[in-house]
Structure formats: C-alpha cells, structure tokens
Design a protein around this ligand. Structure first.
Ligand code: NI
Length: 190
C-alpha cells in the first residue's frame, strides 16, 4: 500500500521519534509499505515520520545514485533504531531533496563517513561504517528521526528565499504527483 507523505510544516516532522521493539504491530507490513511508497515516489530513502509515524525506522535504496558511486547499486536497507556513533572527514557538498519538501533541492554540506549501529528487519544487529552517497542518505533520513530537515542546514539567506515556497508546501499549494498530508491545507476551499 502506498502511504501518504507528511508535508513540510507537519508537526510529526519536528518530533524526536521513539525507538521500537520486536512487538511493534505489523512491522513487516509497514516496512513493505514504506518501500512501496518510496519506489512509487522515486525516493532513495524514507523515514517513518514521513508516513506519519514517530518511530525510529527508515528504509533506503541507493541504486539511483549508481552514477555517483557504483557501490550504490542494490544498496537496499532497513534501519531500525539506528544510532550514528560518529561522523568524520571534511564536509562535502551534495544536492539533496526530500519527499516531504517537493520541488526544493539544495546543496548541503555533510561529513563523508559515518559509523552507525542499527537493527535490520530481522532484528539482527549491525555495527558498520558507510561513506559517500550511502552515508549521505543515512544522514538525511536519520535527521528525520531527530526532527531535523535538510532545509534547516542552508544559509540564512537561502532560508529567507525558501520561506514562501515552504509555506506553499504546507498549504498544499504545489503540484505533486503523490499523495501528501498538508498541515495547513484549508479543507473546504479550492
Ligand atoms: Ni527527507
């Protein structure tokens, strides 16, 4: 099932998400719906708050970034309760977008290497390091679990320039080809 995506301004995108355990109801179904939603919206990553659930769960598939890094092909993962232990290296710029903020892309600086611990969909524990676009996707999605959005990381000038656009997104005054939950949409007006 394709799930609707929470749009910029939705309060759930600003909450720190909660860890889950093995008893979380219908987790496999949710993970499969999140992948279906991510592929249907041409995303490379999706965090649970973007489908209106404040839990520490994200899915990703880096394959569309094959040109940036051949290792991205087939890099498909579920991360449950991830913890970024460390980030290192000289920050590099990458053009990011977000399914919750359609039609906005910005160059964002992040560190190139991360050390992360998480559980996969079978509750196996992993302690791993990632670099390049794989690290980048994880950093972006992990931020969603902390209530942080990539537009928080742009310069003050860019923030001013984006303000109107972001307000339009919250109100649903945008063209988008997937279903979204707009926090400021007026129900009875067209
Ligand atoms: Ni995002």
């Amino acid at each position: 099932m394709i799930l609707p995506i929470t749009a910029f301004g939705h309060p759930i995108l600003r909450k720190v998400a909660k860890s889950i355990d093995k008893n979380y109801p219908n987790l496999n179904g949710l993970i499969s719906d999140m992948f279906e939603t991510m592929y249907a919206t041409s995303g490379v990553g999706l965090a649970a708050p973007q489908v209106n659930l404040s839990i520490r769960l994200l899915v990703m598939d880096a394959t569309p970034y094959a040109k940036e890094d051949p290792q991205a092909v087939g890099f498909k993962k579920v991360l449950i309760n991830p913890v970024i232990i460390n980030q290192e290296g000289d920050e590099w710029m990458f053009n990011e977008g977000c399914l919750s903020i359609p039609d906005v892309r910005e160059d964002i600086m992040r560190k190139p290497k991360i050390h992360i611990q998480y559980y996969n969909e079978n509750w196996e524990f992993f302690d791993e390091e990632y670099t390049s676009v794989m690290a980048r996707i994880i950093q972006h999605e992990y931020d969603h679990l902390e209530g942080i959005l990539f537009v928080d990381k742009v310069s003050n000038l860019r923030k001013v320039l984006l303000k109107r656009k972001l307000l339009d997104i919250s109100k649903g005054n945008i063209e988008v080809d997937y279903k979204m939950i707009f926090p400021l949409k007026k129900k009875n007006k067209r």
